[in-house]
Each structure stands twice: as structure tokens, then as C-alpha cells.
Ligand binder design. Structure first.
Ligand code: NAP
Length: 486
């Protein structure tokens, strides 16, 4: 805990000490003794949450109060006492035992809950604290926003929407008026928490103001997405006051109704919403309409939504340098959203497009839409293509040992796998083994993301900084450049 405290103090001057996570009374005493000796210059909040209130402390309320009193003597300026304990003690007793410090009266709702937060706050204020805190699991952005509105810029109110869906609200909590936002140094103590380092350095949570332009990516799941690293690196490289957040969206309408209150200026769209978003748009780029999928939305005046497809641009940027498209014959494996963008991009560039999908009907429909040809899997062993593009998720993390095609089905000069996690998929390994040139989905990911950034900002994207951030996040850093991919 001491090491964690030291790490925290490198990044913030306000730290909550979860004393209930120390295993024994002896550990707790040793920690508090060291605190009393070293007295770090910071605002420290002592918490010793009892099991009844979702913590780990097994002692009685009286022993909890004694621990908090000791922590205050050791240099903590504040203590956090949950309503389950404070409601059992007369305020006069609290004054005698822990009156030398300031008290945060807290209430936690770990299950999805939508209470009248004002009456919960009123209950907390009745225990005569210096500040109140309500943390509640929010299953929707609407619920989370309702909780944040309770704080509304008051210096003595902390509102914490918990849960995965509310993660972006934790990043925006300070701007939305909460006096504090919580982030773990190492171990998360509640769901939806963002590690301190990420909260500060990736999402700049302490510097977000009403002027900050907010962008994001919507999808389900979304935790795996590297778009936040990519886009935020772009904003930081250009020193722009903007932030890009990941939104786990179970209900598209809930997200769309939060666009205006959160001041979202634009967002990326990923699985499974690339097609579903279309019917919520006010207008759409003609190419995106033809593809039937949108991966980029711009929020214009009066909340009007305008859609684009930059996967299309990503495909072309990744392929054009390696192959002359007008004269080529290219096989696309898969017939979903990404396959549609690839098929339209290649057909419009003059390539002959072939589609192979596990559902023959889907392959035929896509082939017809782009004036191409549907091919069966059985034909792949004999046929030859200039390039093969994998537009299925087969081989994507965590099922990295899988490949959509066997080695003998790779009769081509170039293999392009849209998957970027891992950078070198099983399919690319098989191709390289046969001496076939390869392109990782990372190239397309970078290009489609840079195109989004340019649409939103109207400036040229700092591609080198964006690439570096994604390679770092993938753990390949500067060691492996993309030449290794082909
Ligand atoms: P999608 O709309 O769900 O389409 C997936 C396609 O793959 C469908 O044709 C699906 O067939 C097929 N498929 C799924 N599982 C399969 C399996 N086990 N065997 C054979 N075919 C299978 O997904 P998407 O948006 O097109 O994305 C596809 C891949 O491209 C994903 O891995 C995604 O991460 C990647 N992608 C990368 C970028 C980039 O920038 N690099 C951009 C977009 C997408 P059914 O219809 O029969 O299910």
C-alpha cells in the first residue's frame, strides 16, 4: 500500500487510502505509524469500509471509528464514513471520535439503481458531514448523467457513476461537476474504474473543461479497441483541447440521447452498430450509403448526425502502394460490414472482385452489388488471385491460432488481413511461409482512424504519433516496424 501511495503521489495530490484492504490490524498499525512519521504532503482520505457496506473490514462500527481516528491523527485530512455506519451513531459521537478531521459521508449502490439522488443526499447531510459522496452502478448513460447532475459543480458533493457503461462518465465526472473522480493505482475497487495513469495521460480527465471537444467510439464490446490510443495521440501531438473516449453501448438510443448533454462532436462506430447507426443519421455521405455501413459520425449544429465510411479509405491506402488495383483480381473472404467497404473500394478502383463467404447467398449478394463474382471455398485450391483479403474475424485475439484459409488455399501474390490484433495473424504467418507478401490490418486501422481524425478536425492527422501510440499499445513499440508485415 505504501508503494501504491508513492506511485499515486507522483500523479495526484489527493489520495484515498483503503485501509480495509490491509489484511490484519498489525498491518494497519504499521502503515499508520509510517504515515505519521513520513507525513506526505497531500490530501489523504482514510477509508475503512465495513463488509456490510461493500468493503473488507470485519470489525465493529466502534473499531472502524477507532481506525479512522488513528488515521486522522497520522495525517489524513479527511475520512470517508459510509451511511451504514454513520446512521448508527449520533452525530455528537462522531464529533468526539473523528471530529478532528473532515468527514465525507458516503452511500454506495453496487447493484443497478436509479434512486431519487437528492433524497439520498439529504439523508447523508443529516449526519452533519463536510461533504457527501454517492457512488451508484449505472446501466445507462442517462442514469449516470442523472447522478452527476446531483453534484452540479458543488465543491462538497462527489458523484460517481459505476459500471462499464458509465466508464466515460468517470472521465468526464470532474467537468460534469463532481468534486472528485476515483481511479485505482493498481487494483480496481469498483467496476468501470479507469487506472490512474490512463485517466490522467490518455483521457486527461483533470484537464477536461466545457471547452474540451469530446469524441468517442461506440461498440459492444469496446474494451479491446485501440481507437482511444490512436485518436488521443493525434490530439495530444497537435496540442488540441479534445478527448476521445470508449463508450460500451448496449442501447444505441441511450448513447444518442447522451450526445447533446455530453457535448459529443463526433464518434467512431464499430461492431455491431455500423449498419444500425444508418437509420439514426440525418444525412450520409453517398459512398457510405452505397456501402450500407458507417464508421464515422460528425455531430453538426443542432445535434444533426452526418455519417461517413473511412474503412473504404483505409483499404485503399493500405493496398494501393503494393498492388496496381485496376489490373488485379482480388478475393475477399467474408461478406460482412468490413467486406462491403473493401468490395466497394476495390471495385471502384477497377479491380475484379471475388467474394467467398460461408453463407453463399451473402457472397452472391455482395458480389452482385459491386459487379463481382461469388466463388465457392472448394475453388480456392485451384484458382489464382493477385491478392486475398480476410474480412472475417477468424484469427482475431484471443483465438489467435485460427486461420480463415489453409496454406493450400493461398494462391496469390499478396495477403491482406483486416485483423490488427495480433499484428501478425496465423493467416499472415501461413502466407509468409509460402513466400507471399503480407499486409497487417494495422495499416488499414491507422489509415481509417487518421481519416476520421481529419474529418473531425479539418487538419492533417499526425500519423507518425498515432502509429507510435498504437504500436506501443500493441506491445510491439519501435522494435517491429510494419515492413516486417510485407
Ligand atoms: P461482420 O460484419 O460481423 O462480418 C464478419 C464476416 O465474417 C461475415 O461474413 C461472417 O459470416 C464472417 N465470419 C464470421 N465468423 C466466421 C467464421 N468462423 N468462419 C467464416 N466466416 C466467418 O464484421 P466486420 O465489421 O466485417 O469485421 C470483420 C473483421 O474485420 C473483424 O475482425 C474486424 O476487427 C476487422 N476490421 C478491421 C478494420 C481495420 O481497420 N483494420 C476495420 C474494420 C473491420 P456470417 O455472416 O455467416 O456470420
Amino acid at each position: 500500500m505504501w508503494k501504491q501511495l508513492e506511485r499515486a503521489l507522483r500523479q495526484t495530490r489527493t489520495v484515498e487510502l483503503r485501509l480495509d484492504w490491509l489484511l490484519t490490524e498489525k498491518e494497519m498499525q504499521a502503515f499508520l505509524r509510517r504515515l505519521a512519521t513520513e507525513r506526505p504532503r497531500a490530501t489523504l482520505i482514510a477509508t475503512c469500509r465495513r463488509r456490510e457496506a461493500g468493503g473488507r473490514f470485519r470489525g465493529t462500527i466502534a473499531s472502524q471509528l477507532l481506525v479512522l481516528a488513528e488515521a486522522l491523527r497520522a495525517g489524513c485530512g479527511w475520512c470517508d464514513l459510509e451511511i451504514e455506519s454513520s446512521s448508527q451513531c449520533p452525530p455528537e459521537l462522531l464529533e468526539v471520535l473523528i471530529g478532528q478531521g473532515r468527514r465525507l459521508a458516503s452511500a454506495h449502490f453496487f447493484r443497478a439503481h436509479s434512486a431519487d439522488w437528492h433524497s439520498v443526499a439529504a439523508r447523508l447531510w443529516r449526519t452533519r458531514p463536510d461533504a457527501v459522496k454517492i457512488a451508484a452502478k449505472s446501466c445507462s448513460l442517462a442514469d449516470g448523467l442523472k447522478l452527476l447532475r446531483l453534484a452540479n459543480g458543488k465543491r462538497n458533493v462527489v458523484a460517481i457513476p459505476m459500471g462499464e457503461v458509465a466508464l466515460p462518465l468517470r472521465c468526464l465526472a470532474l467537468r460534469e461537476g463532481s468534486a472528485l473522480s476515483y481511479a485505482p493505482v493498481e487494483t480496481a475497487t469498483a467496476s468501470g474504474q479507469v487506472p490512474l495513469d490512463t485517466l490522467e495521460n490518455l483521457y486527461r480527465a483533470d484537464r477536461i473543461s466545457r471547452k474540451t471537444r469530446v469524441y468517442g467510439v461506440i461498440g459492444d464490446p469496446i474494451a479491446h479497441s485501440l481507437s482511444p490510443q490512436l485518436q488521443n495521440a493525434g490530439f495530444q501531438a497537435r496540442k488540441m483541447d479534445a478527448v476521445y473516449l470508449p463508450f460500451l453501448v448496449h442501447d444505441l438510443r441511450d448513447f444518442l440521447s447522451a450526445v447533446e448533454p455530453l457535448g459529443i462532436r463526433g464518434f467512431s462506430v464499430t461492431l455491431p452498430y455500423k449498419q444500425k447507426i444508418l437509420r439514426h443519421l440525418d444525412d450520409c455521405d453517398s459512398l457510405a450509403a452505397a456501402i450500407g455501413a458507417v464508421n464515422t459520425v460528425v455531430v453538426r449544429g443542432a445535434g444533426k448526425l452526418y455519417g461517413y465510411n473511412t474503412d473504404y479509405i483505409g483499404v485503399l491506402r493500405a493496398l494501393q502502394l503494393r498492388i496496381s488495383l485496376p489490373a488485379s483480381r482480388i478475393l475477399i473472404v467474408g461478406a460482412g460490414g468490413a467486406a462491403r467497404a473493401v468490395a466497394f473500394a476495390l471495385a471502384q478502383s477497377g479491380a475484379a472482385v471475388c467474394i467467398c463467404a460461408r453463407r453463399a447467398q451473402e457472397a452472391k449478394m455482395l458480389a452482385r452489388a459491386v459487379g463481382g463474382e461469388a466463388v465457392t471455398r472448394a475453388r480456392l485450391r485451384e484458382d489464382f488471385f493477385d491478392a486475398v483479403v480476410n474480412a472475417t474475424p477468424v484469427g482475431m485475439f484471443p483465438a489467435v491460432e485460427r486461420s480463415p484459409l489453409t496454406e493450400h488455399e493461398l494462391n496469390c501474390r499478396l495477403v491482406f488481413d483486416l485483423i490488427y490484433r495480433p499484428v501478425e495473424t496465423k493467416l499472415l504467418q501461413l502466407a509468409a511461409r509460402r513466400g507471399i507478401e503480407t499486409i497487417s490490418g494495422l495499416e488499414m486501422f491507422l489509415a481509417q482512424g487518421a481519416a476520421q481524425w481529419e474529418i473531425w478536425t479539418g487538419q492533417r492527422a499526425p500519423v507518425a504519433a498515432m502509429r507510435r501510440a498504437v504500436l506501443d499499445a500493441l506491445g510491439v513499440g519501435g522494435k517491429q516496424n510494419l515492413r516486417a508485415q510485407g
